[in-house]
Design a protein around this ligand. Structure first.
Ligand code: GDP
Ligand code: MG
Length: 170
Protein backbone atom coordinates (compact mmCIF):
# COMPACT_ATOMS: atom_id res chain seq x y z
CA UNK A 1 0.00 0.00 0.00
CA UNK A 2 0.99 3.59 -0.57
CA UNK A 3 -0.48 6.75 0.86
CA UNK A 4 -0.07 10.51 0.74
CA UNK A 5 -0.05 12.35 4.06
CA UNK A 6 -0.22 16.16 4.17
CA UNK A 7 1.23 17.90 7.20
CA UNK A 8 -0.48 21.25 7.72
CA UNK A 9 -0.40 24.02 10.30
CA UNK A 10 0.56 27.65 10.73
CA UNK A 11 4.28 28.59 10.76
CA UNK A 12 6.34 27.53 13.76
CA UNK A 13 4.06 24.78 15.09
CA UNK A 14 6.66 22.13 14.24
CA UNK A 15 5.72 20.71 10.82
CA UNK A 16 9.32 20.40 9.64
CA UNK A 17 10.45 19.00 12.98
CA UNK A 18 7.77 16.31 12.76
CA UNK A 19 8.72 15.45 9.17
CA UNK A 20 12.35 15.09 10.17
CA UNK A 21 11.41 12.97 13.15
CA UNK A 22 9.20 10.64 11.11
CA UNK A 23 11.62 10.34 8.21
CA UNK A 24 14.67 10.17 10.42
CA UNK A 25 16.75 12.54 8.40
CA UNK A 26 17.11 16.26 7.93
CA UNK A 27 15.20 16.72 4.72
CA UNK A 28 12.99 19.54 5.90
CA UNK A 29 14.25 22.91 7.09
CA UNK A 30 13.44 23.86 10.67
CA UNK A 31 13.85 27.32 12.06
CA UNK A 32 12.72 29.71 14.72
CA UNK A 33 11.89 32.06 11.89
CA UNK A 34 8.49 31.39 10.37
CA UNK A 35 8.18 30.45 6.69
CA UNK A 36 11.63 29.03 6.23
CA UNK A 37 10.03 26.41 4.02
CA UNK A 38 8.62 28.19 1.00
CA UNK A 39 8.38 25.12 -1.14
CA UNK A 40 6.76 21.85 -0.46
CA UNK A 41 9.06 19.30 1.07
CA UNK A 42 8.29 15.66 0.44
CA UNK A 43 9.67 12.56 2.02
CA UNK A 44 8.95 8.88 1.61
CA UNK A 45 8.97 6.41 4.45
CA UNK A 46 8.90 2.70 3.62
CA UNK A 47 7.76 0.23 6.23
CA UNK A 48 7.38 -3.37 5.15
CA UNK A 49 5.28 -3.18 2.01
CA UNK A 50 3.77 0.17 2.95
CA UNK A 51 4.97 3.50 1.63
CA UNK A 52 4.03 6.76 3.28
CA UNK A 53 4.61 9.91 1.28
CA UNK A 54 4.69 12.88 3.63
CA UNK A 55 4.23 16.40 2.29
CA UNK A 56 5.08 19.45 4.40
CA UNK A 57 2.58 22.04 3.26
CA UNK A 58 3.56 25.70 3.76
CA UNK A 59 1.24 28.55 2.89
CA UNK A 60 -2.05 27.07 3.99
CA UNK A 61 -2.40 29.59 6.81
CA UNK A 62 -2.37 32.70 4.62
CA UNK A 63 -5.25 35.05 5.36
CA UNK A 64 -7.63 35.95 2.55
CA UNK A 65 -6.54 39.62 2.63
CA UNK A 66 -2.87 38.69 2.09
CA UNK A 67 -3.43 36.22 -0.71
CA UNK A 68 -2.96 38.74 -3.52
CA UNK A 69 0.80 38.95 -2.99
CA UNK A 70 2.45 36.76 -5.65
CA UNK A 71 4.48 34.63 -3.25
CA UNK A 72 1.48 34.09 -1.01
CA UNK A 73 -0.74 33.20 -3.93
CA UNK A 74 1.84 30.68 -5.11
CA UNK A 75 2.21 29.08 -1.68
CA UNK A 76 -1.52 29.03 -1.12
CA UNK A 77 -2.20 27.32 -4.45
CA UNK A 78 0.47 24.74 -3.75
CA UNK A 79 -1.12 24.04 -0.37
CA UNK A 80 -4.58 23.64 -1.88
CA UNK A 81 -3.23 21.32 -4.56
CA UNK A 82 -1.47 19.19 -1.99
CA UNK A 83 -4.72 18.59 -0.10
CA UNK A 84 -6.69 17.47 -3.13
CA UNK A 85 -5.56 13.88 -3.32
CA UNK A 86 -4.21 13.01 0.09
CA UNK A 87 -5.25 9.95 2.06
CA UNK A 88 -4.78 11.62 5.40
CA UNK A 89 -4.06 15.06 6.84
CA UNK A 90 -2.07 15.76 10.00
CA UNK A 91 -3.09 19.17 11.34
CA UNK A 92 -0.54 20.43 13.85
CA UNK A 93 -1.21 23.03 16.50
CA UNK A 94 0.83 24.27 19.44
CA UNK A 95 -0.15 23.15 22.93
CA UNK A 96 -2.80 25.29 24.62
CA UNK A 97 -2.75 28.12 22.14
CA UNK A 98 -5.25 28.77 19.35
CA UNK A 99 -4.46 31.66 16.98
CA UNK A 100 -6.33 33.27 14.06
CA UNK A 101 -3.89 31.47 11.73
CA UNK A 102 -4.89 28.11 13.23
CA UNK A 103 -8.47 29.11 12.50
CA UNK A 104 -7.56 29.87 8.86
CA UNK A 105 -5.98 26.44 8.49
CA UNK A 106 -9.02 24.79 10.05
CA UNK A 107 -11.28 26.60 7.60
CA UNK A 108 -9.12 25.51 4.67
CA UNK A 109 -9.66 21.93 5.80
CA UNK A 110 -13.44 22.26 5.76
CA UNK A 111 -13.78 20.73 2.28
CA UNK A 112 -11.08 18.13 2.66
CA UNK A 113 -12.55 14.67 2.43
CA UNK A 114 -9.56 12.80 3.80
CA UNK A 115 -9.53 12.09 7.54
CA UNK A 116 -7.85 14.82 9.59
CA UNK A 117 -5.73 13.87 12.57
CA UNK A 118 -5.05 16.63 15.08
CA UNK A 119 -1.52 16.62 16.49
CA UNK A 120 -1.04 18.85 19.52
CA UNK A 121 2.68 19.55 19.52
CA UNK A 122 5.23 20.82 22.05
CA UNK A 123 3.52 19.18 25.01
CA UNK A 124 6.98 19.06 26.62
CA UNK A 125 6.54 22.79 27.23
CA UNK A 126 3.36 22.33 29.25
CA UNK A 127 3.97 23.39 32.81
CA UNK A 128 0.84 21.70 34.00
CA UNK A 129 -0.23 18.55 32.14
CA UNK A 130 -3.74 19.04 33.53
CA UNK A 131 -4.11 21.97 31.11
CA UNK A 132 -4.13 19.56 28.22
CA UNK A 133 -7.42 17.74 28.68
CA UNK A 134 -9.84 20.72 28.66
CA UNK A 135 -7.83 22.14 25.77
CA UNK A 136 -8.12 18.95 23.74
CA UNK A 137 -11.84 18.94 24.39
CA UNK A 138 -12.33 22.53 23.21
CA UNK A 139 -10.26 22.06 20.04
CA UNK A 140 -11.82 18.67 19.40
CA UNK A 141 -15.21 20.37 19.29
CA UNK A 142 -14.16 22.56 16.35
CA UNK A 143 -14.46 19.76 13.81
CA UNK A 144 -14.55 16.02 13.58
CA UNK A 145 -11.03 14.64 13.90
CA UNK A 146 -10.09 11.06 13.12
CA UNK A 147 -7.87 11.19 16.20
CA UNK A 148 -6.29 13.70 18.56
CA UNK A 149 -2.69 12.94 19.49
CA UNK A 150 -0.53 15.01 21.86
CA UNK A 151 3.12 14.91 20.74
CA UNK A 152 6.52 16.50 21.22
CA UNK A 153 8.01 16.25 17.72
CA UNK A 154 11.36 17.61 18.85
CA UNK A 155 11.82 14.76 21.32
CA UNK A 156 9.90 12.09 19.43
CA UNK A 157 7.34 11.77 22.20
CA UNK A 158 4.22 9.91 21.01
CA UNK A 159 5.25 10.27 17.35
CA UNK A 160 5.01 6.49 16.83
CA UNK A 161 1.41 6.66 18.11
CA UNK A 162 0.69 9.43 15.61
CA UNK A 163 2.17 7.34 12.79
CA UNK A 164 0.02 4.41 13.86
CA UNK A 165 -3.08 6.61 13.55
CA UNK A 166 -1.95 7.71 10.08
CA UNK A 167 -1.40 4.09 9.04
CA UNK A 168 -5.07 3.32 9.73
CA UNK A 169 -6.06 5.50 6.77
CA UNK A 170 -3.84 4.10 4.06
P1 GDP B 1 7.24 24.77 11.07
O1 GDP B 1 7.33 26.22 10.73
O2 GDP B 1 5.83 24.39 11.38
O3 GDP B 1 7.89 23.88 10.07
O4 GDP B 1 8.02 24.61 12.48
P2 GDP B 1 9.50 24.03 12.75
O5 GDP B 1 9.53 22.55 12.62
O6 GDP B 1 10.47 24.82 11.94
O7 GDP B 1 9.65 24.35 14.32
C1 GDP B 1 9.57 25.67 14.83
C2 GDP B 1 10.27 25.74 16.17
O8 GDP B 1 9.58 24.94 17.14
C3 GDP B 1 11.70 25.22 16.12
O9 GDP B 1 12.49 26.04 16.95
C4 GDP B 1 11.58 23.81 16.71
O10 GDP B 1 12.76 23.36 17.32
C5 GDP B 1 10.48 24.02 17.74
N1 GDP B 1 9.78 22.76 18.06
C6 GDP B 1 9.25 21.87 17.21
N2 GDP B 1 8.70 20.82 17.84
C7 GDP B 1 8.88 21.04 19.16
C8 GDP B 1 8.54 20.30 20.37
O11 GDP B 1 7.98 19.19 20.36
N3 GDP B 1 8.88 20.88 21.56
C9 GDP B 1 9.52 22.07 21.62
N4 GDP B 1 9.80 22.56 22.83
N5 GDP B 1 9.86 22.78 20.52
C10 GDP B 1 9.56 22.28 19.32
MG1 MG C 1 8.71 24.29 8.25
Amino acid sequence: TCGFVAIVGRPNVGKSTLMNRILGQKISITSRRPQTTRHQVMGIKTEGDSQFIYVDTPGIHILEKDRNKAINRFMNQAATQALRDVDCVVFIIDRTRWTPEDQVVLERLANVEAPVILAVNKVDRLKDKAELLPWLESVGARREFAAIVPIAAKHGTNVAELEAEVAKHL
